[in-house]
Design a protein around this ligand. Structure first.
Ligand SMILES: Cc1cc2nc3c(=O)[nH]c(=O)nc-3n(C[C@H](O)[C@H](O)[C@H](O)COP(=O)(O)OP(=O)(O)OC[C@H]3O[C@@H](n4cnc5c(N)ncnc54)[C@H](O)[C@@H]3O)c2cc1C
Length: 406
C-alpha cells in the first residue's frame, strides 16, 4: 500500500505520554514534522479526573484538556484524532490506520496506554457493566446513573475505590467486591489497605474481601447484580469493573517488538525495533526504584517523564530514565500521595495515627526507605521523596516519630 503522508516523528496515542512527548519536542526546539495519532476523538485530556471530579460532575471536560486546540496548532503538531493505528511496518517505517491510510515516520513513539481489562464470565457484556478508562466510558455511566440505586464495583484498586467514593457521595449504595483478602493488594501495604477498607465501610460501602465473581446476573439484557462464587448475589443495576489494564501493544508485538505484558524498552525508552520508542502505561522498563526489575508503571509521572526522556534523546541529549515514581489518589476528603515503589518492602512503619486521618506508611527494604504512602500528609510526601531518591537508611523509631520531621 502507498504511503500518503510522512512525518519525522509519529506519536501513536494522544494521551498523557503522547501529548507530553509532542510538547517536549517542540519545547526543545525540534523543528521536524510531528503527528499525534489518537484513537479517541477528543483532544489530549487528563485521565485521573475520570474516576474523581469528572464522574462526580465537579469538573467540566474542557477543564481536563492537557492543552487547548490552539497550542497544537501554533506548534504545528498535526493531530489525527479518532484514528487507531492497526499495524506497524518497522522495516518500511510506516504505520497503517484503521481506515487503511498509510503514514510514514522517521521515528515512532508508541504511547497507546491500554484498555481496561474486562471480565470474561457470563454476563460480562450486559448493559450496565462498565469499565473506567476513557471519557466515553464515564459519559455512559453518568447517563445511566439517574436509574441506578445500587452499584457493584469489581476490583478494590485505586480506580474502583475512587469510583466507589464518588458514587457513595452521590447517594448510591455501593458494594466493593475484591478477590484478594485486602484492598489495594497490588500497590500498597496492609496498613493502608485496612485504613481504606475502614473508611469506605464507615460511609456505608459494603466491602467484600476474598470474594470472587462467578457471573453477572441479568434481567432483560441489563445487569441486575453480581453472583459470587459460593452462590451469593449482590444486587446492582450498575457494575463497574476495575481490574487492571491490558497494554495496547498488539501492532508493535506483531511487528516483532520484544514484549509480552507491554513492550520492553531500554533506559532511553527504545524498543527492540529500529527507531521505535515506547512510553507510559504500555512500556515495560527496568526501574532502579524497583531494584532493577522489569515493571510497567501506570501513572502520569511515568508517562510524562518517559516522554521527556525520548524528547531529549531525539534532540541530542541522552539521559536514561531514572525518575522517582509518584502517584496520587483522592477518595472522599482523603488525599493519598505515594512516592517510590513499595512492592518489595520487608518492613512497613506507620508514622502518625491512622484514626486521625493524617498519617504515612513508610516502606523499607534492608533498612533503606524505598516508598511512602502519605494520607493527608503532604509534608511527609515532599520530604519522603528525598529519602526515597537517596535510598536513605533511617532507623525505624525515627521514621515513626512524628515529632521528628522527615
Ligand atoms: C480512571 C483513571 C484514574 C487514574 N488516576 C490516576 C491518578 O490519580 N494519578 C496518576 O498518576 N495516574 C492515574 N491514572 C493513570 C494515568 O492516567 C495513566 O498512567 C496515564 O494516562 C498513562 O499515559 P499513557 O500516555 O501511557 O496512556 P493514556 O493516557 O491512556 O493514552 C493512550 C491513548 O492512546 C490511545 N490508543 C490506544 N491504542 C491506540 C492505537 N492503536 N492507535 C491510536 N491510539 C491508540 C488511547 O485511546 C488513549 O487515548 C488513572 C487512570 C485512569 C483510567
Amino acid at each position: 500500500m502507498d504511503e500518503s503522508e510522512r512525518y519525522d516523528v509519529v506519536i501513536v496515542g494522544a494521551g498523557h505520554g503522547g501529548a507530553a512527548a509532542a510538547a517536549a519536542l517542540r519545547q526543545r526546539g525540534f523543528a521536524g514534522s510531528v503527528a499525534l495519532i489518537g484513537a479517541e476523538p477528543e483532544l489530549p485530556y487528563e485521565r485521573p479526573p475520570l474516576s474523581k471530579e469528572y464522574l462526580a460532575g465537579e469538573r467540566a471536560f474542557e477543564r481536563m484538556l492537557i492543552r487547548p486546540a490552539a497550542f497544537w496548532r501554533e506548534r504545528e503538531v498535526t493531530l489525527l484524532l479518532g484514528q487507531a493505528v492497526t499495524a506497524v511496518d518497522a522495516a518500511a517505517h510506516r504505520v497503517t490506520l484503521a481506515d487503511d491510510r498509510v503514514i510514514g515516520y522517521g521515528r515512532l513513539i508508541w504511547s497507546a496506554g491500554g484498555s481496561a481489562r474486562r471480565l470474561a464470565c457470563d454476563g460480562h457484556d450486559l448493559a450496565g457493566v462498565h469499565t473506567v478508562r476513557c471519557r466515553a466510558d464515564v459519559d455512559r455511566m453518568i447517563a445511566e446513573l439517574p436509574g441506578v440505586e445500587r452499584v457493584a464495583v469489581v476490583g478494590g484498586g485505586y480506580v474502583g475505590l475512587e469510583a466507589a467514593a464518588v458514587l457513595t457521595a452521590l447517594g448510591r449504595r455501593v458494594t466493593v467486591i475484591e478477590a484478594r483478602e485486602r484492598l489495594l493488594a497490588r500497590v500498597a501495604g496492609a496498613a493502608l489497605a485496612d485504613f481504606y477498607a475502614a473508611e469506605h465501610r464507615a460511609r456505608g460501602v459494603d466491602v467484600r474481601l476474598g470474594a470472587e465473581v462467578d457471573s453477572i446476573a441479568g434481567n432483560g439484557g441489563a445487569a441486575a447484580g453480581v453472583r459470587l462464587r459460593g452462590g451469593e448475589r449482590v444486587a446492582a443495576e450498575m457494575v463497574i469493573v476495575g481490574i487492571g489494564l491490558v497494554p495496547a501493544v498488539a501492532p508493535l508485538l506483531a511487528a516483532g517488538a520484544e514484549g509480552g505484558d507491554g513492550v520492553i524498552v531500554d533506559p532511553l525508552c527504545r524498543t527492540s525495533l529500529p527507531d521505535v520508542y515506547a512510553i507510559g502505561d504500555c512500556a515495560a522498563h527496568r526501574n532502579s526504584f524497583a531494584g532493577g526489575a522489569l515493571v510497567r508503571l501506570e501513572s502520569v509521572q511515568n508517562a510524562t517523564d518517559q516522554a521527556a526522556t525520548v524528547a531529549r534523546h531525539l534532540t541530542g541529549t541522552d539521559e536514561p530514565y531514572v525518575a522517582v515514581p509518584w502517584f496520587w489518589s483522592n477518595q472522599y476528603d482523603l488525599r493519598l500521595q505515594t512516592v517510590g515503589l513499595s512492592a518489595a518492602h520487608d518492613e512497613a512503619i506507620v508514622r502518625g495515627v491512622p484514626a486521625s486521618r493524617r498519617f504515612s506508611v513508610i516502606y523499607r527494604r534492608n533498612g533503606r526507605v524505598i516508598a511512602l504512602d502519605c494520607v493527608n500528609a503532604a509534608r511527609d510526601f515532599v520530604r519522603g521523596r528525598a529519602l526515597v531518591t537517596a535510598g536513605a537508611v533511617v532507623e525505624a523509631a525515627i521514621l515513626a516519630d512524628t515529632d521528628v520531621p522527615l
